[in-house]
Design a protein around this ligand. Structure first.
Ligand code: 3HC
Length: 705
């Protein structure tokens, strides 16, 4: 982390001492940074010529947190909490001069200072919760003293960043500057020393000597029942994740404990979470997200410029894509096949923007501007000026090939053509286009304006700059992009298919849909698989099974229960019945489904037995990991952690479980392999252990979770 040999240096401006941290990329509070700041602080305090001290950073940001890479290592002195105490106790004013993002430990350093000045674009936050942690260097104790209990609980429990304007309004910072940060911070410090500095625009609250020590401030009065209700809601929403509730309660402790006791309480809770499986999983996810962007094939490739994007098809998927494109500031051209379909598409897109207005996310004007940037019609020649066209039409090879052939005669030869297919081979779709090297898969997940995942699928011919374009556009859309190879279902749906099959086998073997759902919901999924199947509709998977029936290996175990439900017109929630029945929007298990399951088991000669939640989870995870290992072995995913990201961001897998491959490492690959061998013995063809899994278990390796 500390690429610079001297991450902390000292400068003087008159009688003000500037302690400057320069530790790329994000000035994390590593041991070298902490000890450097401590040394400089002590020297400045002892120097009779220094009247005030400023802590500021070089590079792109103020301190963005403790150094996550040091977690788990023996702590080097001073610890971050100790350093914050020293800053607060300093007898000379210490000012934090903030730019970029003051996050976690960085925000805590700022809180311990006696004043805070930030540039207008700065953001402050305590995102430890996202790493399964709580602030561990005084954040939970100092923040409520500045901004009040309710706002502090919200910030700690959600990890939300606060912009400079809001931070000023709430009292988290004292001054915003549009000018040079170091100069304005110096002027602020000088005013403080002379006793003339007041919080911006608030002469009634002078921020002058004697020093205003955050930890010495009283906690503002708060409404106890309202706080209890807020915390209860936070814990309910966290669905098994511990850190939001623990963080909220640590903030609440600031009201009942004095500062030393409050800090001790916070530190103990922080240490407990740091050692937890949940935090290990969430830190894995943090680094996995950064790793996903590292694609060797992109080295040296420059993305093609993209300003105008076409979307072919304005159904649920196309409309969602059009919305997210407009949100990101692209000009969007949408084309449907007929005038009627275009009209329906326009309404769908408008409704999605309108929802943003209703939920308070955007103003009416912003929604109107986004609609104005989106042209919806039924003439595909309108795509002529597009730099990129994303097709989101019916998932049928002939339909997509016909479209790509037509597009080839409309758009420039260097315009990128992306297919949103979820199962078809992008190579075959791309073959229909002129310049097939400009074809790439951009697989969004539904609803595309909500789900964060995009699988980027390289065909055998995709040019590196086209792939780079797909990554650049996804990034601008705020999506998490994962590279996938071209195989049936890519990463997500291919693994999901094994998951689904194993769930259906378990029905014949003895479990009921609601039991499997309950086991997975207790694991942390927001909805069990059968409830999800019902929500998505059973007919699409049915159509696919019928399509693939001719090529299915006859030796593969095939469970007909889902087909029978469809034959009865039970297509899921939309038809009022599927794996469950639905009355007044409420879901309940159905004895009719149990009878079908039991009859099928008898027909297949399976002796049903009760299957416990633990076995349900192990079977599901083993099935997923075995397919994941196949995908890795075939080079269809770059790394195991990419698979974890796909399930967390595309399928609602709880991030605090770290993803299936992470789980496999934790459970032990021996356990997974043994389960897969049982599957092979019981379920036959298709359930052979993946060679990579066997090899890794033999050589005692881990996937790297
Ligand atoms: N420690 C160590 N490395 C960090 C880091 C941290 N706190 N924050 C970021 N990095 C690394 C990343 O791993 C990445 O490394 P790489 O280039 O080798 O992949 C590099 O810095 C750049 O990060 P991003 O790619 O994420 O850059 P962005 O510009 O997109 O985002 C950021 C910058 C907003 C600062 C983002 O990195 C971020 O959110 N970081 C985490 C902040 C955080 O969680 N802080 C709390 C830490 S826990 C803590 O402080 C405990 C305390 O209370 C005691």
């Amino acid at each position: 982390m500390d690429s610079s040999p001297h991450p902390v240096t000292v400068r003087r401006r008159g009688r003000v001492c500037l302690i400057v941290i320069d530790s790329p990329p994000v000035n994390a509070a590593s041991h070298a940074v902490r000890s450097g700041v401590q040394r400089a602080l002590k020297a400045a305090e002892a120097d009779a010529d220094v009247t005030a001290i400023i802590i500021l950073c070089e590079g792109r940001t103020f301190v963005a947190g403790a150094d996550i890479r040091e977690f788990g290592q023996p702590p080097g002195e001073p610890s971050l909490p100790a350093l914050c105490q020293e800053i607060e106790a300093c007898t000379k004013p210490v000012i934090a001069a903030i730019h970029g993002t003051a996050l976690g430990g960085g925000c805590e350093i700022a809180l311990a200072c006696h004043g805070r000045i930030a540039d207008a674009g700065a953001k402050l936050g305590l995102p430890e919760v996202k790493l399964g942690l709580i602030p561990g260097a005084g954040g939970t104790q100092r923040l409520p003293r500045l901004i009040g209990m309710a706002a502090a609980i919200e910030m700690v429990a959600t990890g939300r960043m606060m912009g400079a304007a809001e931070a000023l309004e709430r009292g988290l910072i004292d001054v915003i500057t549009e000018g040079d940060l170091a100069s304005d911070a110096t002027a602020f410090a000088e005013r403080l020393v002379s006793g003339k500095a007041g919080a911006q625009g608030d002469a009634a609250q002078p921020l002058s000597l004697p020093l205003r020590r955050t930890g010495a401030l009283p906690v503002p009065a708060y409404d106890e029942p309202a706080m209890a209700a807020q915390i209860e809601q936070i814990e309910r929403k966290a669905r098994g994740q511990l850190s939001p509730g623990v963080g909220a309660r640590a903030v609440l402790a600031a009201a009942t404990l004095d500062l030393p006791a409050g800090l001790a309480h916070e530190r103990a809770a922080f240490a407990g979470l740091l050692a937890s499986e949940q935090s290990a999983a969430l830190r894995h996810v943090f680094f996995a997200e950064r790793a996903a962007a590292r694609v060797p094939a992109l080295e040296g490739a420059t993305p093609r410029p993209v300003a105008i994007v076409g979307v072919a098809g304005a159904g649920t998927m196309g409309a969602g894509i059009a919305v997210v494109l407009a949100e990101a500031g692209y000009r969007v051209i949408v084309a449907e096949r007929t005038e009627k379909a275009a009209e329906a598409g326009r309404s769908r897109i408008a409704a999605l923007h309108q929802r943003g207005v209703e939920t308070g996310r955007i103003t009416r004007e912003v929604a109107a501007a986004r609609m104005a940037a989106t042209a919806v019609g039924h003439d595909i020649t309108a795509f002529a000026p597009c730099d990129l066209v994303i097709e989101a039409v019916f998932d049928d090879l002939a339909v997509k090939q016909e479209l790509f052939a037509a597009l080839s005669g409309i758009v420039r030869p260097d315009a990128v053509l992306a297919t949103n297919t979820s199962y078809l081979d992008p190579n075959l779709i791309g073959a229909a286009a002129s310049h097939p090297e400009r074809v790439v898969g951009l697989h969004f997940f539904s609803p595309a304006n909500v789900m964060r995942l995009v699988e980027i699928v390289a065909t055998g011919r995709t040019a590196p700059d086209v792939l780079a374009t797909a990554f650049a556009v996804s990034k601008r859309l705020g999506k998490l992009a994962v590279l996938a190879g071209s195989c049936d279902g890519f990463i997500g749906n291919r693994i999901f298919s094994s998951y689904r099959k194993q769930c259906e086998y378990m029905l014949e073997d003895g479990a009921l849909p609601h039991e499997i759902d309950a086991a997975m919901e207790a694991f942390g999924l927001p909805m069990g698989p059968f409830a999800v199947f019902d929500l998505a509709g059973l007919d699409i998977a049915w159509a696919r099974r019928k399509r693939l029936a001719a090529t299915r290996d006859p030796a593969e175990r095939y469970v007909r229960i889902a087909d029978q439900l469809c034959e009865l017109g039970r297509f899921g929630q939309k038809s009022g019945a599927g794996w469950y029945v639905y009355e007044n929007g409420k879901r309940r298990p159905d004895a009719g489904v149990t009878s079908i399951i039991e009859a099928e088991a008898r027909r297949s000669g399976v002796q049903r037995r009760s299957i416990g939640a633990e076995e349900i989870r192990t079977r599901i995870i083993a099935a997923m990991v075995n397919e994941g290992a196949r995908i890795l072995g075939e080079g269809m995913a770059q790394r195991a952690s990419d698979i974890d990201l796909v399930f967390i961001n595309g399928y609602g897998w709880p991030a605090w479980r770290g993803g299936p491959m992470f789980q496999a490492d934790r459970m032990g690959l021996g356990t997974i392999l043994a389960e897969v061998e049982r599957m092979q013995a019981r379920d036959g063809a298709g359930w052979e252990p993946a060679p990579l899994l066997v090899e890794m278990e033999r050589s005692k390796q881990l996937f790297g979770g």
